[in-house]
Design a protein around this ligand. Structure first.
Ligand SMILES: NC(=O)c1ccc[n+]([C@@H]2O[C@H](COP(=O)([O-])OP(=O)(O)OC[C@H]3O[C@@H](n4cnc5c(N)ncnc54)[C@H](OP(=O)(O)O)[C@@H]3O)[C@@H](O)[C@H]2O)c1
Length: 349
């Protein structure tokens, strides 16, 4: 299949190109960038020198994208929404890494993303691209909304608990997220520029972080009732990775064996979830051990006396939190093996 990558000069665009270079059924035919148009791919992505020798960045163009069978869009939210809608309407499969199709309720877009959604009907047609919770719906999907990285970690950390009704009502999940600097993209801002960001440990968007709305949507669907999600990200001094620690309180009578069964049952057979069982490996999930891969390491802890339960999920924000998840969801959508192009193990150290 011919693939186009829109926004190919950015961090997630680079990860898409790295992963698609290993994909047996995909050939990249068009990569967009305004800044690097006319330049070879390795000009923006030196690590990809020797791959894509025949390609150069090109300006963003609907006509060029229409020539592809699948378009991966790694543009900022709001920027590509008209283009992706036109591509979808023309029959091209669209995998959108931005937030443009993640939320089902169009009324949330002005408050959370600052724009009136121009195609509210498409929100109902888009499938939220988290294969661990939407596997069946993704089969045949032509418009895939790839989840946010913090949302992916928050949902994977707490899904087994809320889906099996182990959490006391009202169902509330307080998610503490540790976020790396590549989450902010390749263009430095005042807060994300290296001299300011390096060594920083600070909360941000501590009230109403954008990804909380996605987590509410997905966890409420799994629970079959409203789930309240409070999500506080913290910038930490690393380049890649997200760790979500999701705290809730267990219903009376639920113990750690029920929790262990819930996680094992929910993730049974899931290719990219590795359970880190408390005690067995003497550690909890750590983004360090999933770096560069599409794995999510998931674990949990129960504090018997207080009834507090914490689910943990560690992912690489650029892979399972973005480009890898996009390719995984695309694979499922067209009936390819879920791990096509994604077999690479994590890096260490
Ligand atoms: N970083 C993460 O961890 C992460 C995780 C999950 C999802 N996402 C989402 O993925 C998308 C890309 O994120 P990123 O981190 O890769 O950002 P990035 O590094 O800033 O890359 C953005 C890309 O979009 C292009 N672009 C920006 N503004 C444009 C415009 N007005 N018109 C045309 N092209 C434009 C840029 O290239 P030129 O300026 O050269 O055109 C660049 O190729 C965003 O929607 C983000 O929310 C990011």
């Amino acid at each position: 299949m011919k693939a186009a990558v829109l926004g190919g000069s950015g961090f997630t665009g680079g990860e898409l190109l790295r992963i698609l270079a290993m994909h047996p059924d995909v050939e990249v035919s068009y990569v967009s960038s305004r800044e690097y148009a006319g330049r070879p791919i390795h000009y923006a992505h030196p690590h990809l020198k020797g791959f894509y020798s025949r390609l150069r960045f090109e300006p963003l163009s609907l006509d060029r994208a229409l020539d592809a069978d699948v378009v991966f869009s790694a543009l900022p939210h709001g920027v590509g929404v008209k283009l992706t809608a036109a591509l979808y309407e023309s029959g091209v499969r669209v995998v959108d890494l931005s937030a443009d199709y993640r939320l089902k309720d169009p009324g949330l877009y002005p408050r959370i993303y600052g724009f009136e959604h121009p195609y509210p009907d498409l929100l109902g047609k888009a499938v939220y691209g988290l294969p661990e919770t939407r596997g069946e719906e993704l089969r045949g999907a032509r418009l895939i909304a790839v989840p946010g990285c913090n949302a992916t970690a928050a949902i994977l950390a707490s899904a087994p608990l809320v889906a099996t009704g182990l959490v006391e009502e009202p169902v509330r999940v307080v998610v503490d997220v540790k976020a790396s600097s590549s989450e902010a993209g390749s263009k430095p801002s005042r807060g994300s520029h290296h001299p300011i960001r390096e060594g920083a440990i600070r909360p941000y968007s501590a009230s109403g972080h954008r990804h909380a709305a996605e987590a509410v949507q997905e966890l409420s669907r799994l629970a079959g009732r409203r789930v309240w999600v409070s999500l506080v990200p913290h910038a930490v001094p690393s380049t890649r990775g997200v760790l979500a620690s999701a705290h809730s309180w267990l219903r009376d009578g639920v113990d750690s064996r029920d929790v262990a069964r819930a996680y094992a049952g929910f993730y049974r057979g899931r290719r990219f979830v590795r359970l880190v069982e408390p005690g067995t490996q003497g550690r909890y999930p750590d983004p360090k051990f999933v770096a560069g891969s599409n794995y999510a390491d998931v674990g949990w802890a129960v504090e018997g006396e207080s009834g507090r339960v914490t689910g943990f999920a560690a992912i690489d924000n650029l892979v399972k939190g973005a480009a890898g998840q996009a390719v995984q969801a695309f694979n499922v959508s067209i009936g390819l093996p879920e791990d096509a192009g994604l077999g690479i193990p994590p890096l260490s150290p």
